[in-house]
Each structure stands twice: as structure tokens, then as C-alpha cells.
Design a protein around this ligand. Structure first.
Ligand code: GLU
Ligand code: ZN
Length: 279
């Protein structure tokens, strides 16, 4: 059993991250498995070395350890390019030159009705699907219709407490509710979805531990795993840590940063208690 914690160094780790990392580590211990750390720094404009250093520091302070060297997604571009190339060779991608504004305008057209919101935001209206763009700098999207013609239904097994059981997604549902998601952003040449699938497979991850906010995205990952011939891990999507108003913590909630609690004299056990874990 191998699980992982995969933070992005785009802000300080907060209580939600502490809960995620401690949950993954506890699951690994219980199963006699391994806990890995992966740095998800594909967004090089928002990631910083200082936040990365702080991640190592905060996690060690929490009592966690992991095998070195740590996999950093910024070193993995060739692997993402290779995965993209094989998807392109399968004919399930196309280049998209739409701006966010173009997409918003297309979705606002009266014949479109209320836009469907998928795991990745509004379902893409397909403007560029048959346009035959070949701009090297364009974004690359998954042609979901062609993808599901190859994969058929896809699914995964959730072993977390929230939606535990088997989840299967029919081709029609994937086309209408998920649609043509971006596989490679024009600015970074890859996407969270592609990178996470390639790396979980490369690291032999058997259990993906992460927040329930990513539960819906797992349908996308199941499609990519099947297309790329990657094993489908099990998933444990855990509850989200919320503030007193019931809002889930975001990167901007620096007031909940682990580093700040540390500076104020909190102990690792205090942090565990604050996120509802027995210490
Ligand atoms: N890097 C993602 C985040 O920090 C987590 C991705 C994952 O665990 O699959 O939100
Ligand atoms: Zn487009």
C-alpha cells in the first residue's frame, strides 16, 4: 500500500493540509504501507521555493517523514509530454484557442440554456472541437466523445467515509457532465489532471488520499487512467476542514497557517486536536 500527500507550494500549509497529510500518514501506518510526499509545482508562476521549504519544515514538525528524493512535478515535464503525445496519437485531443471570455460568451448564447458546471468549472461548449487548430501555443483539450468511445464506462473505488463504494461513470454522463477538459494549459503545458494521473502511476500509488473537494475530478482521472493504460488506485477523499463560518479553508486563509500556530506556541498535538484527530 502506497499513499501520498501532494501539496502545491503556492501558499502556506494550513490546518486542512495538516489534516490531509496526517490522514494519509495514518492510513499508511494502519496498512503497513508507505507515505509519500509529492510537490505539485506545475504552476511555476504561483509556486515558490520558500513555500516549498516551508512545506518540508511544517510536515517534519508535525512528525511526518517520507522517502527522499521527493518527486517535484516541475521536473516531470517529459513524462507529461509523453502522456500527451500518446493521447494525441489516439486522436482524443484537440487544440483550443478560446479565452475564458470566449467560453463565457459561448455559454451565454441563448440556445445554450443554463451552463452545466462540471468538476473543472463550466462544461466547455466545444467551440474548437472541430476547428482543426494547430497553434503550438494553444491549450490542449480532451475530446471526451472520442475518449469514451475508446474507454466505455470508467470508475473507481472510494474507501473513504464520505461516498464509500464503487463509482462508475457512463459515457453519456462523462460527455455531458464533464466534457472536454483541458489537459495542457497554454501557460504550463500540462494540467493538474494529467500530471496527477501520470505521477500517481509513476509512484505506484495504490491509495490516493485527498480532500473531498477533488472527489468530482476523479471521474476525469479515471478516464485518463484508462486511456493511458495506467492502474486505477483506490481513493480516500476526506472531509474538509472549515472555519467557524463553515467555509472551507483556502490558501488565502493565512490565519490558519500551521506556521502561525507554531509561532504562537502550538504543539503538533494541538494541531491534531484542532483538526479532530486523536493525538
Ligand atoms: N495539489 C493538490 C492541492 O494542493 C492536491 C492534488 C491531489 O491530492 O490529487 O490541492
Ligand atoms: Zn476553444
Amino acid at each position: 500500500m502506497i499513499t501520498r500527500f501532494a501539496p502545491s507550494p503556492t501558499g502556506p500549509l494550513h490546518l486542512g493540509h495538516a489534516f490531509s497529510a496526517l490522514t494519509a500518514d495514518a492510513l499508511a501506518r494502519k496498512a503497513g504501507g508507505r507515505f509519500l510526499l509529492r510537490i505539485e509545482d506545475i504552476d511555476t508562476a504561483r509556486s515558490t521555493p520558500a513555500f516549498e521549504t516551508q512545506i518540508y519544515d511544517d510536515l517534519r514538525w508535525l512528525g511526518l517523514s517520507w522517502p527522499e528524493p521527493v518527486l517535484r512535478q516541475s521536473d516531470r515535464r517529459p513524462a507529461y509530454d509523453a502522456a500527451l503525445a500518446s493521447l494525441e496519437a489516439m486522436g482524443v485531443t484537440y487544440r483550443c484557442t478560446c479565452t475564458r471570455g470566449d467560453i463565457r460568451a459561448a455559454l451565454a448564447a441563448p440556445q445554450e440554456g443554463a451552463p452545466l458546471i462540471g468538476p473543472d468549472g463550466p462544461v466547455y461548449p466545444g467551440t474548437c472541437r472541430d476547428a482543426g487548430h494547430d497553434h503550438p501555443g494553444a491549450a490542449i483539450r480532451l475530446n471526451m466523445t472520442r475518449a469514451v468511445a475508446i474507454t466505455g464506462a470508467v470508475g473507481f473505488t472510494e474507501i473513504g467515509p464520505l461516498h464509500s463504494g464503487r463509482h462508475d461513470f457512463a459515457p453519456d454522463w462523462l460527455c455531458t457532465q464533464v466534457g472536454d477538459v483541458v489537459l495542457a494549459r497554454r501557460d504550463i503545458g500540462t494540467s493538474y489532471h494529467l500530471a496527477v494521473c501520470v505521477d500517481d502511476a509513476a509512484q505506484d500509488v495504490t491509495l490516493v488520499t485527498r480532500g473531498a473537494d477533488l472527489f468530482e475530478a476523479t471521474a476525469i482521472h479515471a478516464v485518463l487512467q484508462k486511456l493511458l493504460g495506467l492502474p486505477v488506485p483506490d481513493y480516500h477523499h476526506h472531509r474538509l476542514i472549515r472555519d467557524e463560518q463553515g467555509k472551507r479553508l483556502a490558501k488565502r486563509d493565512a490565519s490558519r497557517a500551521i506556521a502561525l500556530y507554531r509561532a504562537e506556541g502550538a504543539t503538533p498535538d494541538d494541531i491534531r486536536r484542532m483538526v479532530g484527530l486523536d493525538s
